[in-house]
Design a protein around this ligand. Sequence first.
Ligand code: FRU
Length: 505
Amino acid sequence: MKHTYNHPLRPQFHFTSEAHWLNDPNGMVYFDGEYHLFYQHHPESTVWGPMHWGHAISRDLVRWEHQPIALYPDRNGTIFSGSAVVDWHDTSGFFDGGAGLVAIYTQTEMIEGSDQSKQRQSIAYSRDNGRTWIAFAGNPVLADERCPDFRDPKVFWHEASKHWVMVLAAGDRLFLYTSNNLQDWTFASEFGAADGSHDGVWECPDLFALPVDGRKGNEKWVMIVSIGDNEQMPEGSRTQYFVGEFDGRTFVNDNSPETILWMDHGRDNYAGVTWSDAPGNGEDRLLIGWMNNWKYANLIPTGEWRGAMTLPRKLSLEQRAGGIRLIQHTLDALDGLRLGGTEWSDLTIESGHNQLLAEQGELLEMAVEFELGTAAEFGIKLKSGTRGDVEYETIVGYDAAAGELFIDRTKAGDSAFHPQFACKHGASLAAPNGRVKLRLWVDRSSVELFADEGGLVMTDQLFPHAGNDSIELYATGGSVRVVSLQYYPLQSVYASSTTKETVQK
Ligand code: FRU
């Protein structure tokens, strides 16, 4: 079957499956020059169903090559989320003394005569760089019949204690286990029943160390936990993180139990976890999330595909005024998508006089630094045409009095599929020295907004009827100065490459 990537709402530089349903990223691992991305996939439908692991490979995290399905449901059930590791020293005994890939994932099957499912952990291994997988004959390797929610194992090697560690979501908390061979798992500890947000079921944990401010010897551990949708909460499913200590068995939260740290203040970044064994200097870690929300994931108006990933992000830790915070940046490799660009400096935007930046703003990257003036509100408008008497636009704005950065997608386009999709939401953002610096990525059906030097991120889906056309800067109630602005139209990853010059204005 030939798939069309040129649908008006199909992401052009975000990962999507060739066709059909996609949710969580799974099993991300780097091995032998290749980044692997597996994902929750229903290969026969555009809504969630019996889960498989879809698979894609990239050398640069920008362009992906689709692979055959890696894991199919078997006698132990369907294949839920999980992780993959490089077993460098053949601790599992699967690789004749060499190195290979081991995937650790949840299998789910219905309990006979009930409407309940049981969730157990299984493993599979690959001797050919992830191309084919063999399910371990002794599956499942971990079960606990007391827990109906018992899933999403994330496994890593803890060098100081010389054992594998598994973090697993168990309803309203995490269970941690250790193993020497990836097959036999011993309970070590639990975390979280009284910590952080419990607005929804806990899912998709991750645990890793990062140096604070890049200083070696000054490591802290980050625990990521996604929380499922709750009908009472407009935010739907979202992701929180904790910062603390880990000794190979037990995680201790540095902050008070009621502290909640959100990874993303937008509506569409869920189930994100990090790559195992990615190359680098140890100062950051690579994460990718599912750019969707369980509140409306099965209903979004896409096409033969449904669901996309966020841009991959480099995570690091920084000491900030409020404490140690997770910082997110996009990858330099994306620079290769720029089609030239335009740079502005020292521009004043007056209330009622929008500044046109581009006639056609379908795929773009933009960095802008504003200096607060008399304007009560200012920012960027992604216009997408008029229908009847409604002018469609998405607003990325800053409310100067409230000190709040927001995305307003109430009139972004199609929102009829769910009553809570059309919304305006924001997060506090200080303006040190009266300045607000934003970086923005716009694809055909999403916007990713980075502020506070990577300390504040908002990821949102948009479904403009006519595509995004012009891009404007606006101010209300006074004026605002644009200190500098760089605007780069981007090319699709499906296009053959071309480059253009940057123009100064
Ligand atoms: C998170 C999640 C996981 C589960 C998977 C099923 O989005 O609910 O907890 O393993 O999706 O597709």
